[in-house]
Design a protein around this ligand. Structure first.
Ligand SMILES: *Cc1c(COP(=O)(O)O)cnc(C)c1O
Length: 417
């Protein structure tokens, strides 16, 4: 087993070797510009982009003409939110989102506020969900856009997106979803969920960094956007700039693999994730699960009820230990604190705050992101590391006179594993 074990797959994923293999020719011999119309180099690049576009469309359940390639999900979110709001400004100036969104969404909404839009930021429940009724209650005559992520990147909560979109669309409100963490991990397609705009990125689904896509609904209704980047008119004028052909090929291959492997892979990840949780809570106390309760599953990993949490996500806090110390303590496992994207700040993450995790526990939140290349042996090793580190830190900080439940005290030593 190679250490450090990578268990931070919400932050990024390694490139699948099959993805790299598909990309290689376009980094070497087939280097053409997909917009070159006069020679073979251009044609082969264009053909590769067309094929990739088709594969992305198949994963999202749309047609190829509805895909716009971008530099990643940050750009896709910016284009969707600012592009739609600016285009539909005549209709209204109100946008609805949720407090647990990624910064790419929250900061795009903040930019809209500076431009005079009004933004309602809905507060989630203790599991990180918002209800269709909450969204319905927030809509006004002036609402033009609702932006709500498919699944959260810290606590893994999956939104009731289909039900929420059903509230919005009859009222002519455009629905955008940041689908980055959910796509390829939980069932999703733009038709049955009824969304108009969806952001994805290659590097969260075992593709390369710096390449993403935005789904833009082409009919019933056709959704229009004001572009952010102006130039040669690539991507139907929505995103000018020479196409990143190798990146796009990688994104296409990553989408194809994600679609083909989702049913089996989600079962495998559920089993590993539940094993990791069980292994930790059976050996130490004072562990808090942040986000939605884990689904019950059978021995194969099949669901025995609904699933509102990403199969590979576990987010837990440990009473009486400090998060940074713990992450340093489990040095052979690469994980992150809840505050992954803003790890420079010492504040607990905005997501933990939004779901009401008490400060002292929010600081000790650890996000485990299990992915395609994690094994059962790695999970068992991780359990041992976490239990050891928590015990050591609790012993170091233990106050033997403190009798509060789950407080700073040494835990029982690990039994095995
Ligand atoms: C990673 C992530 C992004 C940003 O994607 P990039 O391609 O890195 O810009 C946006 N939203 C969510 C939910 C993410 O997890």
């Amino acid at each position: 087993m190679k250490t450090p074990i990578y268990m931070d797959n919400h932050a990024t994923t390694p490139i699948d070797p099959r993805v790299l293999e598909a990309m290689m020719p376009y980094l070497t011999t087939a280097f053409g510009n997909a917009a070159s119309r006069n020679h073979l180099y251009g044609w082969e690049a264009e053909a590769a982009v067309d094929e990739a576009r088709q594969k992305v469309a198949e994963l999202l359940g749309c047609s190829a003409g509805e895909i716009v390639f971008t530099s990643g999900a940050t750009e896709s979110d910016n284009l969707a939110i600012m592009g739609a709001a600016r285009h539909y400004r005549e209709r209204g100036n109100h946008v609805v989102t949720c407090a647990t969104e990624h910064k790419a969404v929250l900061d795009s909404c903040a930019e809209l506020e500076r431009e005079g839009f009004e933004v309602t930021v809905l507060a989630p429940d203790a599991y990180g969900q918002i209800s269709p009724e909450q969204v319905a209650g927030a809509l006004t005559e002036r609402t033009i856009l609702v932006t709500l992520m498919l699944a959260n990147n810290e606590i893994g909560t999956v939104h009731r997106l289909g039900e929420i979109a059903a509230v919005c669309r009859p009222r002519g409100v455009v629905v955008h979803t940041d689908a980055v963490q959910g796509v390829g991990k939980v069932p999703f397609d733009v038709e049955s969920f009824g969304v108009d705009l969806a952001s994805i990125t290659a590097h969260k689904i075992y593709g390369p960094k710096g390449c993403g896509a935005l789904y833009v609904r082409g009919k019933s209704p056709r959704v229009r956007l004001s572009p952010l980047i102006h130039g040669g008119g690539h991507e139907r004028g929505l995103r000018s700039g020479t196409l990143n052909v190798p990146g796009i090929v990688g994104l296409g291959k990553a989408c194809e693999l994600a679609k083909a492997e989702l049913p089996e892979e989600s079962k495998r990840l559920r089993r590993l994730r539940n094993r990791l949780h069980e292994g930790i809570v059976s050996r130490i106390d004072g562990v808090r699960l942040n986000g939605y309760p884990l689904p019950s599953i059978d021995a194969e990993g099949n669901l025995e009820g609904p699933e509102w949490r990403l199969p590979g996500n576990l987010n837990v806090s440990f009473g009486g230990v400090e998060g940074e110390a713990l992450i340093t303590g489990i040095r052979d496992v690469a994980v992150s604190s809840g505050a992954a994207c803003t790890s420079a700040s010492i504040e607990p993450s905005h997501v933990q705050k939004a779901i009401g995790v008490p400060d002292e526990l929010a600081y000790s939140a650890i996000r485990f992101g299990l992915g395609r290349f994690n094994t059962e042996a790695e999970v068992d090793y991780t359990i041992g590391e976490v239990v050891r580190a928590v015990c050591e830190l609790r012993t170091a900080g233990a106050d033997p006179t403190d009798r509060r439940p789950g407080a700073i005290r040494a835990a029982d030593p690990p039994q095995s594993g």
